[in-house]
Design a protein around this ligand. Structure first.
Ligand code: CMP
Length: 140
C-alpha cells in the first residue's frame, strides 16, 4: 500500500556531509521526499520524540546525541514506505547491518547510527504529526 514514514538523518551523518548520498538512496528505491526540514532539536523535543524509550538505559545518551547538532527530518512516501525505509537503513547496530545499507556505510556505533526510521505505520503517523503540520506535507 502507499505509505508515509519518517526518516531522520542524525547529527553524525549531517556532520559527515552525506545528506545527499542518503537522499539518493531513498530516490533510487522509489521513495519520494514529501516534506523536509533541517532542525536543531531542543532537549524537550528529543525527549518527546523518543518518549517510548524513556525507561531504557540508553535514553539519556540517545537524547544527548540527538541534540548534539542539527538533524535532517523528512517524510518519505511510496509503496510499503515503512518497511522499504527500514531495509535501506539496515539493522540498528551498524555491526549487524547488511552490506550496502545506510548504517553499514555511514554509521559508527549503535548510538551514532546515522538514521532513524519509523518502525510501524502507526508510529509513522505519530512521528510525522510530531514534526510536520499537515500543510507542510506535499502530496505528489
Ligand atoms: P533509533 O532507530 O533512532 O531508535 C532509538 C535509538 O536508540 C536507536 O536508533 C539507537 O541509535 C539508540 N540505541 C542505543 N542503544 C540501543 C539499544 N540497546 N537498543 C536499541 N536502540 C539503542
Amino acid at each position: 500500500a502507499l505509505e508515509r514514514t519518517i526518516s531522520i538523518i542524525k547529527p553524525d551523518a549531517v556532520a559527515k556531509n552525506v545528506i545527499g548520498q542518503i537522499y539518493a538512496r531513498f530516490e533510487q528505491a522509489g521513495l519520494k521526499i514529501v516534506a523536509a526540514k533541517m532542525k536543531q532539536l531542543s532537549r524537550q523535543e528529543a525527549e518527546g520524540f523518543y518518549a517510548v524509550h524513556r525507561e531504557r538505559p540508553f535514553f539519556n545518551a540517545l537524547v544527548e546525541f540527538m541534540v548534539s547538532g542539527p538533524v535532517m527530518i523528512q517524510v518519505l512516501e511510496g509503496e510499503n514506505a515503512v518497511a522499504k525505509n527500514r531495509e535501506l537503513m539496515g539493522a540498528t547496530n551498524p555491526k549487524d547491518a547488511a552490506p550496502g545499507t545506510i548504517r553499514a556505510d555511514f554509521a559508527d556505533s549503535i548510538d551514532a547510527n546515522a538514521v532513524h526510521g519509523s518502525d510501524s505505520l502507526e508510529n509513522a503517523a505519530i512521528e510525522i504529526a510530531y514534526f510536520f503540520p499537515q500543510t507542510d506535507v506535499y502530496a505528489r
